[in-house]
Design a protein around this ligand. Structure first.
Ligand code: ZN
Length: 350
């Protein structure tokens, strides 16, 4: 199966009323872990790489590792996505590399930490859409500012300083034509999201629900949505780690989001914790070992287990074989004809 656009995966998810996890990758073992989980659960896959990942692995290594995953798993629909593009140039280079989807995070300026103005965000995001859609490539935008820092990208804070304003979300969708929209409802990047157990009032789910009602054709995205499970924290700390006590986003909140238009859920921290815990365990218990395979194999298995769990929880499990791939060139025609237009004024009239 060719690599598909993220838009197709999300449109299918909307039809089936499920969410699709977007998992970050930096290396071969993480890519393999995602494919192990996708095969086990028969799930469609969104693999995403941040700017930091592209710099760490180098574009060509990363792209060819992803291609290998696609080649070896012909029955699994896959999209390759740029996570948190900070500029038009970053998104353009991802598209030229062969990614089928890009996030233009114009909520922050190019430095990745200073909040931008609404007009600046609209301007840069619209420019990316104008470049991407004629090429059949999906665009995710962001409105409102998430908390925390991810790969050096983020404004810090708790995530409640810049919660998305629904009126602005509607105007943003209208003026940019994005396929998917990340909204800020109190989530943060990284492991330290909440200092107490979230009780259902911590996340602004009412805002998410309102935005979905007003933008039913725009797929919503939840960032910073690791659950940071206690058992994964405990393994890291048992074998010499020093994580402070922390709480992530409860699965039930994500599932409430999925019932209200969330189609893409970004998960990275949980996988990082699983990998680090598995490596620490081997090195702690068997300090005589020095073959990297001795700890990378359990690390890969630990991540695959977490990814498979999330795939089941998000509802994407079992949906890999539901649909035939739409070639990227066909997606381009769909944007050109207006059939794929999500702008509220146009999509509502269809
Ligand atoms: Zn993010």
């Amino acid at each position: 199966m060719p690599i598909v656009s993220m838009r197709q995966l999300l449109d299918e998810a909307a039809k089936g009323a499920y969410g699709v996890g977007a998992f970050n990758v930096n290396n071969m073992e993480q890519i393999q872990a995602i494919m192990l989980a996708a095969n086990e659960t028969k799930s469609p896959v969104i693999m995403q790489a941040s700017r930091g990942a592209r710099a760490f692995a180098q574009d060509r290594y990363l792209y060819h590792l992803m291609l290998a995953a696609n080649e070896l798993n012909p029955g699994i629909p896959m999209a390759f996505h740029q996570d948190h593009g900070n500029s038009f140039e970053t998104c353009k280079s991802a598209i030229e590399l062969g990614f089928t989807s890009v996030m233009m995070d114009g909520s922050l300026r190019e430095d990745g930490k200073t909040p931008s103005t609404f007009e600046e965000n609209v301007e840069v995001t619209r420019r990316v859409v104008e470049f991407a859609h004629p090429r059949g490539i999906t665009v995710e935008g962001e409105i409102g500012v998430l908390g925390g820092v991810e790969d050096g990208h983020g404004a810090g804070g708790t995530g409640l300083e810049h919660v998305t304003d629904p009126d602005q979300a509607v105007e943003f969708a209208e003026r940019t034509g994005v396929d998917a929209l990340a909204i800020a409802i109190g989530t943060s990047h990284g492991a330290y999201k909440f200092t107490r157990k979230p009780d259902g009032s911590v996340l602004k789910m009412n805002i998410l629900i309102e935005i979905h009602k007003r933008l039913p054709h725009t797929h919503l995205v939840m960032h910073g949505s690791s659950s940071v499970p206690k058992d994964l924290q405990a393994i890291v700390n048992k074998y010499g780690g020093k994580l402070k006590e922390t709480w992530g986003v409860p699965i039930e909140e994500i599932q409430l989001g999925i019932r209200n238009g969330v189609r893409k859920i970004n998960v990275d921290t949980d996988n990082r914790l699983a990998i680090t815990g598995a490596i620490r365990k081997v090195l702690w218990e068997s300090p005589e070992k020095f073959d990297p395979r001795d700890y990378m194999k359990p690390a890969r298995e630990a991540m695959a287990k977490v990814v498979a769990e999330r795939m089941r929880e998000f509802g994407q499990a079992g949906h890999a074989g539901d649909y035939a791939p739409i070639p990227i060139a066909e997606m381009a025609k769909g944007y050109q004809s207006g059939a794929l237009d999500t702008r509220p004024s146009l999509a509502g009239a269809r």
